[in-house]
Design a protein around this ligand. Structure first.
Ligand SMILES: [Zn+2]
Length: 342
């Protein structure tokens, strides 16, 4: 037996998030019940993102960052979309996270689903933010909403700026051609969300989002079946990485009952390879030992204190930099504005 690990860990990383969706909970029902993943996008997420303005984005990000901190997650890799409020949106998100005290990597999802002007504006926002020194990737939605020309622009911009691309890959069967299109262009510094139906290995890191995949009924394949690096994300459903680890574990067990929690635990920890600064962050937990076999079966473990970059940003059940009641009240106000538009 090894020695009992301390109840302190580095900060956790949510490696695929959509902070813009934080206000979505409780939103009005879509005009009809979506029957598959493509309809979930069209009837829910693409109606929601088109209704966002910068003030909604700000409070959505503030609430998402607060909820991350409350779960010991000190870094978020975000994937953003707001087709009618593109310019400046990544800075709004970065500022909101900084205010709460959470690290963030941003990108804007380039897509052709809002026309050529929409694609150009998305590219420009990535370029503006990254050129100004912002941390992030060049974002792209998914191959099935990208023409060859637009995908080429995304790849070219990322190469010019020396950054990776953060893109959804084969999340549903409708994006089954992604592997063939990305194989010649993907790089080691790319972040590939989902890859459920990916038919070949690609260069880059796979971000596995088990709860979201189950919620969207897109199916399951082992996220590490191609042997590359795997990290865990939530795809916008909070940033509770211990919970996402537990879901990743039981989903894996459902496929293969001989699986141990050690692989999903390693996926969660590998987030630090994309965000090495979290290794200097300290989270003190309400439970020990913080190891995979305990945590797989221990819900409700919470941070007692979170230190980011040497500063205590969470203590005694509350964030130290912002008033959580105010953040929740403002977010609820913005959710009301958003719902009125849907
Ligand atoms: Zn996503």
């Amino acid at each position: 037996m090894s020695a009992t690990p301390p109840a302190t860990t580095p900060g956790l990383v949510c490696a695929h998030h959509h902070l813009y969706s934080t206000l979505a909970r409780g939103m009005p029902a879509p005009p009809r019940t979506p029957g598959n993943f493509d309809e979930i996008l069209e009837l829910i997420w693409w109606r929601l993102d088109r209704a966002l303005d910068l003030e909604m984005i700000r409070w959505s990000a503030m609430l998402g960052a607060l909820e991350a901190l409350e779960r010991g997650t000190t870094a978020i890799i975000d994937h953003h979309s707001s087709p009618n409020a593109i310019e400046g949106s990544l800075s709004v998100i970065a500022d909101a996270c900084a205010e709460v005290g959470v690290r963030v990597s941003c990108c804007y999802e380039v897509t052709d689903r809002n026309g050529l002007d929409g694609a150009a504006a998305g590219l420009a926002e990535n370029e503006r933010f990254l050129e100004a020194g912002g941390r992030g990737y060049v974002g792209a939605h998914a191959c099935f909403t990208l023409s060859d020309a637009t995908l080429e622009s995304v790849v070219g911009l990322a190469a010019d700026l020396g950054r990776g691309v953060h893109i959804h890959v084969s999340e549903g069967t409708g994006d089954g051609a992604a592997g063939a299109r990305l194989e010649p262009v993907s790089r080691d510094d790319w972040l590939l969300a989902h890859c459920v139906h990916l038919d070949r290995p690609l260069r880059g890191t796979v971000a596995h989002n088990p709860r979201s995949n189950m919620n969207n009924g897109v199916g399951y394949e082992k996220p590490d079946r191609f042997g590359g690096r795997v990290v865990l994300g939530t795809d916008g459903i909070g940033a509770d990485m211990l919970e996402e680890f537990r879901i990743a574990y039981v989903r894996l067990r459902e496929l293969d009952v001989t699986s141990s929690p050690e692989a999903p635990w390693a996926w969660m920890q590998a987030g630090a390879e994309l965000f090495p600064e979290v290794l200097g962050d300290r989270v003190t937990w309400s439970y020990e030992p913080m190891d995979s076999w305990h945590l797989a079966f221990t819900p409700g473990v919470s941070p007692l204190e979170v230190v980011v970059d040497g500063e205590v940003v969470f203590a005694g059940g509350r964030p130290t930099r912002v008033d959580p009641d105010e953040v929740r009240a403002k977010a609820a106000e913005q959710a009301g504005r958003l719902f009125a538009r849907l």
